[in-house]
Design a protein around this ligand. Sequence first.
Ligand code: TUI
Length: 309
Amino acid sequence: MKTKITELLGIEYPIIQGGMAWVAEYHLAAAVSEAGGLGIIGAGGAPASFVREQIQKTKELTKKPFGVNVMLMNPEADEIAKVIVDEGVQVVTTGAGNPGKYLADWKAAGIKVAPVVASVALAKMMERAGVDAVIAEGTESGGHIGSATTMTLVPQVVDAVSIPVIAAGGIADGRGFAAAMMLGAEAVQMGTRFVVAKESIVHENYKKKILAAKDIDSEVTGTTHGHPVRQIRNNMTREYIKLEKAGAPFEELEHLTLGALRKAVVEGDTVNGTLMAGQIAGMIKEEMTCAEMIHEIMEQAESLLQGRA
Ligand code: TUI
C-alpha cells in the first residue's frame, strides 16, 4: 500500500512501531523494519551511549530504514539528538514534549522528523517549525498520554495541517488501520500490539498480562501532577491512585514509579511494575511475529477499504 508516509520514509507498509521505553530495543525495531514497517528504537530514559549501541546493533540486523524515538524528558536528550545525527539515523519521532530546539540540526542532516502531538495547537506549531509529519496520538494509548481521543484528535489535526498525519492510540488490527485511513491518516503507529510480538524481549509475565487484559483493565496514574500514564491495573496503580486521591505530593508518589517500567519489562514484576499498555490490550490475544501481524493487518485493512467485508 502506497501512502504519503510510505513514500516519505521509503517503507513498504504504512505501519510504524511505537518507540516504547525499555520495550522498543534493537531486536524489535529491526524485526518491524525487516517486515516492511518502520521499526523504532525507544530511547526512553536511557543514556546516549546506550542509544548509540542500539542504533549500531539495529544496523547490523537490517539495511531497511528505521527510526529513533527521543523521549524529551530524558536528561540526556541533547546528547541523544547529536548521536542520531552522528549515526545517520533516517527517521526521528519524539514524545512527551516539544522538540523545537533540535529541529534545525535534524533537518540539516536530512532526517525525517515526526513528533507526537496530543493537540491541534502543537501540530500547527510543529508544521510551522518544518517537521515532515506529525503523529496524532489519542488518549487510548499506553504510557504518557494527552486527553483527546484518537477518533476526535486525528481528523482535527488532519484538517489543521498540510503535512501527513500518522494516527496512534487504540489501533491494533486491520479495522483500526482502515478507520484511521478514513479519518485522513497516511499511516498508523502501534505500540501495545508490538509489545507481545514474538521478537519483543519483554518479560513473558508482562506479555501474559496484555494477552489476558480485558477492555477496561487499564488505569491512568499521574493525573494530579500533569504526567498521566496509562497502564494495566495492578497493585502499584491501586496504591498510586489511593495516594493521589488522598492528595499526596509528587515526591511521595514518585517512589512508586521510579524504575517500575524496568521492573515490569526486565524482571516481569507484574505486582509493583508499571505495565504500560493501551486500551486496545483487551483485543490482543495472540503472540505473533512482526511480519505475521503486519501482513494480517494489511490484508484485513485492504479488503475493508475496498468495501469487501
Ligand atoms: O511519550 C509518549 N509516551 C510515553 S513516554 C514514556 S516514558 C515515561 N515514563 C514514566 C513517566 C512518564 C513518561 C512512556 N510513554 N507518547 C507521546 C506523547 N507525547 N504523548 C503525549 C505527548 C505530548 C504531550 C504534550 C507531546 C507534547 C506535549 O506538549 C508539549 C508542549 O510542551 O507543548
